[in-house]
Design a protein around this ligand. Structure first.
Ligand SMILES: [Ca+2]
Ligand SMILES: [Ca+2]
Length: 439
């Protein structure tokens, strides 16, 4: 692991500890820590969010006032208190924060936030112009936040008319995550884009693009959001002045996690599993297992199953969120369940029946030597199901295969809620790979 990665992980740990410490202080330390374990707090990395919760509110002003009165700024407890990022916490942070809290009506200024790499980034606030999205995940986020009408430039990777209506007429960054800095910069002139939501995984070019835009005094700000999915939703909600949508989403997330905790949090003998990414090139000699990478990146399928009581067997993690090994390793672990996501292993445009046939073939070809196969304990879906913002809505459905305690009615209701709330344009009918397939 390189030095930077270690620093990033340490910083994440410090922020997490700080958030918990602050929460304890603010509640007098008597709030059930069980509850805080699964509720999604501490996702808003914007400076000024002094109490480390998910919103900018008067409570943040109270905290900043307390810090001013005390004459000491405990940076560990309140790492985000310095709203204007000048290194001190004083009265000017209060007026600065009050302006930020006006959202769309704020007097133009900068909003600072901890970005993907736990460095302090900034955007010219409020962001009222057109938006660019680098790759399908960022387009999904813009749609979830109700901003698709303002998206005028896109990276085309994995976009479709079902998911991204009208995308072909928008300015193009090419396929997406390896976008050229010059091409991104030109979207200001070509499409009036002033903020681009960046592809932030390690194999992308976000850092190069950011340096280029800054070096050329571009009118575009690159948004390099926090790595966690909830951190992205909540922080983008505030940066892009669409908190109503991000808060609605988080309410569902909290509800689902509370339900899961209630139903299976104390289950004894939970079924174990492995999480696999199935590709068209997968063979029994080369299977891609999902786990947490040494840099903290992980795939949604693994992340969600890790939060369940199920043990998830992993291969020694590398700097990727997936590690390759073979069927012998899988059989040495002998998991109760095999859960796989299809990334390019199911043909685009397949019907539900065609996906089912392909799923069965893959089970026969790859997993027939396993106990899970003999017990018909294999379930699969598209990579985008659990690795997108649909993930928290689909989570009870996924768990319902492994756990009798999860009610089918509830699971189906949550899946439907995602589409009813218009967090996406596609449906399970026109994107059948987002359904679950089981033996
Ligand atoms: Ca707050
Ligand atoms: Ca300050």
């Amino acid at each position: 692991m390189n030095q930077k990665a270690i620093i990033a992980i340490v910083l994440v740990a410090i922020l997490a500890v700080a958030a918990i410490a602050a929460a304890l202080m603010l509640t007098g330390g008597d709030k059930s820590s069980d509850e805080e374990k699964y509720l999604a707090t501490g996702n808003l990395t914007v400076l000024g969010n002094a109490d480390n919760d998910n919103k900018l509110t008067d409570h943040d002003i109270e905290i900043i006032n307390d810090i001013i009165k005390a004459g000491v700024w405990n940076k560990k407890a309140y790492p985000l208190a310095d709203a204007n990022n000048d290194g001190v916490v004083n009265e000017s942070d209060i007026s600065y924060l009050k302006n930020l809290m006006k959202g769309k009506n704020a007097t133009p200024t900068k909003m600072y936030y901890y970005n993907t790499w736990n460095e302090i980034g900034s955007v010219r606030f409020p962001v009222t112009g057109n938006i660019g999205t680098m790759y399908w995940e960022q387009a999904d986020l813009a749609i979830l936040l109700g901003l698709w009408d303002r998206v005028k430039a896109v990276g085309s990777g994995s976009l479709s008319e079902e998911k991204n209506p009208g995308w072909q007429s928008l300015y193009s960054y090419g396929k997406g995550y390896n976008a050229e800095p010059e091409v991104v910069a030109k979207s200001y002139e070509a499409a009036g884009v002033t903020a681009v939501i960046a592809y932030i995984q390690g194999d992308g070019t976000a850092k190069d693009i950011d340096a280029y835009l800054k070096g050329t005094n571009s009118k575009i700000d690159l948004l390099c959001l926090p790595t966690s999915m909830n951190g992205r939703v909540v922080t983008a909600g505030v940066l892009l002045c669409c908190e109503e949508q991000s808060e609605k989403y988080m309410k569902y997330y909290d509800e689902v996690m509370a339900y899961v905790q209630d139903k299976i949090g104390n289950v004894k003998d939970a079924p174990s599993c492995v999480t696999v990414m199935m590709r068209s090139t997968t063979t029994t000699a080369d299977i891609r297992f999902l786990n947490m990478s040494t840099t903290g990146e992980s795939n949604g399928l693994y992340t969600y199953m890790l939060q369940s009581p199920s043990e998830v067997y992993i291969v020694e993690p590398t700097n990727s969120y997936a590690t390759h090994t073979d069927i012998e390793w899988l059989n040495s672990k002998n998991p109760d369940w095999i859960i796989f996501c299809s990334s390019g292993a199911w043909t685009t445009g397949n019907t539900q029946e065609q996906n089912m046939a392909q799923f069965k073939q893959e089970c026969d070809d790859i997993f027939s030597s396993t106990t899970a196969y003999k017990n018909k304990h294999i379930v699969a879906t598209a990579n985008g199901t659990m690795n997108s913002f649909f993930g928290c809505f689909a989570y009870p459905k996924l768990l319902s295969y492994l756990y009798d305690e999860i009610e089918d009615d509830y699971a189906d209701k949550m899946v439907q809620a995602f589409f009813d709330e218009k967090f996406a344009y596609y449906t399970l009918d026109n994107m059948p790979s987002y359904q679950f397939y089981s033996m």
